[in-house]
Design a protein around this ligand. Structure first.
Ligand code: SF4
Length: 319
């Protein structure tokens, strides 16, 4: 009995995994396409530079963009770019081998920023600030040289939520990570096509596709502690309170400026009774109502460890 039943169960679990992967692929394509459309990220004739770190998110980004490229009603080019910063032990064959096998147009930029950072930053001090500034400048210059009109980064929904919370917890401001922005030098448009994708989906897709992941701790810098703590907190919320992260994320695109406290966004001092009913006006005395099942965070969901916020934000650029 067992010998017959075992292969059958193996077959059915393989089928199940395949069905799940098909569903995931559809979801990834749909949500990336939705983000691209919502923010007008890619236009006809664009040349998109996809920044590849060798992590699960950048592989997923490249893979899904290539799938969309084949069926998009517009024409755009893709070039994958990796910056080899000469970190000790960086396996510099992995990405070229993969990209060549996939038939992807690619460029590897080799610049030893690792030595510069080690030389300039005293031992024991955080290296991320300088490292990410150097990386940014190099990637912009590569985009210029390759004639790229858009620079695509692999940040996903959870990176965006983490950044919002880190800024709130430690920076005293409500600032996330935009899906599309003009670079600080004013010359480049940076896009985040995975903005609507939860991290668990990129993880699952990377596992299913067996992307050759390059470890992300090669620089030897200490782990990004505060970002990790916030990431763990979000994952715990996601398990305990399904829908909370989706709701938080939706909130980032649904800001009621009259009900915040930023005088730059709303003229509170100038607020006067007009005598005219406003459909969007506040009832003032009535509390907002929320669904019963939305339970507030447990008191244990606190963050008590301090580390420089600058470090966390700078290191987020690694993904
Ligand atoms: S963690 Fe990232 S940003 Fe920080 S030093 Fe290492 S490679 Fe650079």
């Amino acid at each position: 009995m067992n010998t017959i039943a075992e292969p059958a169960s193996r077959v059915s679990s393989a089928d199940k995994a395949r069905r799940e992967a098909i569903k995931l692929e559809k979801r990834l394509c749909r949500e990336v396409a939705r983000a691209i459309t919502d923010f007008n990220m890619i236009e006809d004739g664009d040349k998109v530079m996809v920044c590849m770190s060798g992590g699960k998110d950048s592989y997923t980004l490249l893979d899904i963009l290539r799938k969309l490229q084949k069926r998009a009603p517009i024409r755009f080019e893709i070039v994958a770019v990796n910056l080899d910063q000469k970190q000790p032990g960086f396996p510099d064959h992995i990405l070229p081998d993969y990209l060549r096998a996939q038939g992807v147009d690619f460029h590897i930029e080799t610049q030893d920023t690792y030595s510069i950072v080690k030389r300039v930053i005293p031992e024991g001090k955080t290296t991320c600030g300088l490292c990410s500034r150097l990386r940014r400048a190099i990637l912009y210059s590569v985009a210029d040289r390759l004639g790229c009109t858009k620079i695509a980064l692999g940040h996903h929904r959870d990176d965006i939520l983490q950044t919002l919370l880190l800024n709130m917890f430690f920076g005293g401001r409500m600032k996330g990570m935009p899906p599309k922005l003009v670079s600080d030098d004013g010359k480049h448009v940076v896009i985040r096509p995975l903005a609507y994708i939860p991290e668990k989906d990129t993880r699952q897709w990377a596992e299913y596709q067996q992307f050759p992941i390059i470890p992300c701790n090669l620089c030897g810098s200490q782990d990004n502690l505060q970002r990790q703590i916030v990431g763990d907190m979000l994952r715990e919320w996601d398990k305990k309170y399904p829908g909370r992260l989706e709701s938080m994320f939706r909130a980032m695109g649904n800001i009621v400026t009259t009900h915040m406290m930023d005088p730059q966004l709303h003229d509170f001092k100038g607020a006067r009774a007009t005598g005219v009913a406003e459909p969007g006006g506040d009832m003032a005395f009535d509390p907002d109502s929320f669904p019963e099942k939305f339970v507030p965070a447990a008191s244990g969901d606190t963050l008590g460890i301090t580390i420089q916020l600058q470090t966390d934000l700078a290191r987020s650029a690694c993904g």
